[in-house]
Write a protein that binds this ligand. Sequence first.
Ligand SMILES: *Cc1c(COP(=O)(O)O)cnc(C)c1O
Length: 405
Amino acid sequence: MPDDHDESGEHADHDAARAWLPPTRAIRAGRHEDDTSLAPVLWPTTTFVTPTVDEGREMATMIGAERFYSRFGNPTVRAFEDAIAELEGGESARAFASGMGAVTAVVLGLCSAGDHIVAQRQIYAGTQLLLQMACPRFGIDVTFVDGTEPGAFAAAVQPGKTVLVVAETPANPKLDLVDLDEIGAIRGPMTVVDSTFATPLGQRPLDHGVDLVLHSATKAIAGHNDASLGVVAGSEELLAWIWGFAVIQGANAAPFDAMNGLRGLRTLAVRLRQQAETAHRLAEALEAHPAVESVRYPGLESHPQHDLAKRQMDNYGGLVAFDLAGGLDAGRTFVESVELCQLATSLGGPETLVTHPASTTHVNLTPDERERSGIGLGSVRVSCGLEHPDDVVDDVLQALAAIDG
Ligand SMILES: *Cc1c(COP(=O)(O)O)cnc(C)c1O
């Protein structure tokens, strides 16, 4: 086709797209020019007809083939991948059956026996298990550093041996931040940031020079607790390597979940804004409460990295962490006394969820391990949902009152 369609709608659309703000892009991303269905089209098929041997061979040998066999690629999944790549400013993306599917593909797709990884100590428990338990079995060494300490990642890099730097920001469980400019400035190893807590609308690690950004889209991206989904975005070249491992790994995203991921993206901006508003109000209420020892929210002046948050985040997110003065008993009483909020793991959905790691997810850790993970006996995490902020704050306050009573 000659490229002479200056006045065509297509061209005008592309010009406009360059100026669109991220919330607008989230509405339009992942749509193809020939789509007339406004909603994402679901392709449940596992396989595709390739009418000739030549077409079959082409599909079988093409990186990222979209219409060969759905473990290799699938049109619904591709639409979601394209949307994430656009929102993150990456050339390409690959979706997975879960966030851990994405993490595992990055680590095992890019690292080999004899390689070294620098990772952050404050990190999602599943990622930590992969790095601490599985990587050594495959001959991959891992050094853990404090992600909040300036220069810690770069200082732990072993030239010629370190192939990957793994960071997460904001990080589980205390919403510690990692300086994205610092990760992006590391030369030599590849760098990856787990940006799940921020979402693609909260920060853009690739803009800071980071090589790969990944998400558990199970959380805020899909946003309704009904899809298990992961995604990683970055350069064409790195995504080709990751894809090569992913087709063997077999943790490909289900088309139905990818469709729900796309649906989630369309409302992500307003959901994130609402959740952040509630989180901010809740954080302020908690800071003023005598039963609360300390509060962590990147949007609070009191967050030790608030200046960094202002610099690299467009939205401080819907998660709040706090420590109860009364320790284990207070934590347990609190999470069992909430009435609107619910005790459940996960985050980023419409329902406000509370967790008390010391008595649930991290109950098997020794006190030493627990402290090193930044979890106190009275640590509580709240994922603010979409209920009216007054109701969420009132419920938390009445549960705090139950601790003294
Ligand atoms: C939940 C989560 C993961 C893992 O995602 P799954 O979809 O549960 O596999 C990874 N990183 C972070 C920060 C998470 O919150």
